[in-house]
Design a protein around this ligand. Sequence first.
Ligand SMILES: *Cc1c(COP(=O)(O)O)cnc(C)c1O
Length: 452
Amino acid sequence: MEHLLKATAERAWRYRQQLDGRSVAPTPEATAGLSRFDEPLPQASTDAEAVIALLDEAGSPATVTSTGGRYFGFVTGGALPATVAASWLASTWDQNAAMVAMSPTAAKLETVAMGWMLDVLGLPSQSGVGFVTCATQANFSGLAAARHAILARQGWDVERQGLFGAPEIRVVVGEEVHVSALKALTLLGLGRERVIRVPVDGQGRMRADALPPLDDKTIVLLQAGNVNTGAFDPAERIIPQAKAAGAWVHVDGAFGLWAAAAPERAHLMAGYAGADSWATDAHKWLNVPYDSGVVFVREPQHLHAAIAVNAAYLVQGDTREPHQYVPDFSRRARGIEVWAALRSLGRDGLADLIERTCRYATRFAEGLSQAGYDILNEVVVNQVLVSFGDAETTRRVIAAIQQEGTCWAGASVWQGKTAMRISVSSWATTDEDVERSLEAMIRVAREVRETV
Ligand SMILES: *Cc1c(COP(=O)(O)O)cnc(C)c1O
């Protein structure tokens, strides 16, 4: 195994070194090379090194280089060096993070990482925390806790009885709710069509003056960080009102919660600590490898009651048993990478990561605006929406930028207008990456517009 691991480390390092010279999107030839994987399952065994050689030779060239500094697609962080290395070591350990008895190390690092996250995100320190696969699962888990709490106080045990015959739960969302939150509602039997949608403003923020009457049978689902504009719902106005009515407030903060960690952005998170549950991702702005989401619930017993099960053969220690806070049972020890990210960044490094990526977004907006293109959003965090003209022209420019290969950003439609969405979420992005990408975007946009 020694040679295998060392040779793989060499391959990984070669991949990293080649990132800068590569097209961010894989070339058509590289993608075509994936056909090497189209083979019948071999009858005989293959040496592990030969398997890794095939993986590297056919697989690596067809990756999207989202770990490089010029990937601005979706909201995709890179992976900090300490987290890549921690992930290797953790895979070598192959720990099952379900129970303390199965991995004291994994359980300990989850506990440490959750304390640190509650601290830097400014959330209540006694909250219950689950390490899940993504923000969709975090939304699911937080909303499961909400469903439990609302029905339990009306005398209905949803975990035992299910939803047939249960009292109704109302769910209030903004018009700009993320599809993943709707997916979570779907899976929870709360339905994605029967939600009450509150109108939003030009940035996608829920309008506090347009809220329906709230009560203690209602979940209010807020968003910290709109996936297009980066805007935050006005928590300071909505949460006190919702709490006074006895409603449960859940926050989808897949990337936005991390604004709390940067002194110059923390004001965007004002009021959010008053909610009951929060969902976020670590694989976005915290820059850990996929997959990694986190759910926080103010009163841990609601998350526990919604999710925990037990069986005679399971060991229940005196301390927190990780599986009792997540939908999974057996799972990989993803808390280790969260710990490694925070341990390596420190408070200052995290603040710098968030602030720097936000500043880069502002620089993109300035540069593109000076070149004559319309910026469609107020750039409050790391998201920029730019239009290159009408929908057809904008779509052509985006395709040409992706094909040119210096950088990558995707398309979106914002309140009826087609736009390129630039999301700066990676620790790896430098000033030079931003200037090179801006230059490429502007050059390609001019070329496309000249040929129209
Ligand atoms: C990315 C995102 C999600 C979904 O996150 P996954 O980790 O892909 O499940 C949900 N809500 C918002 C606001 C997001 O930006």
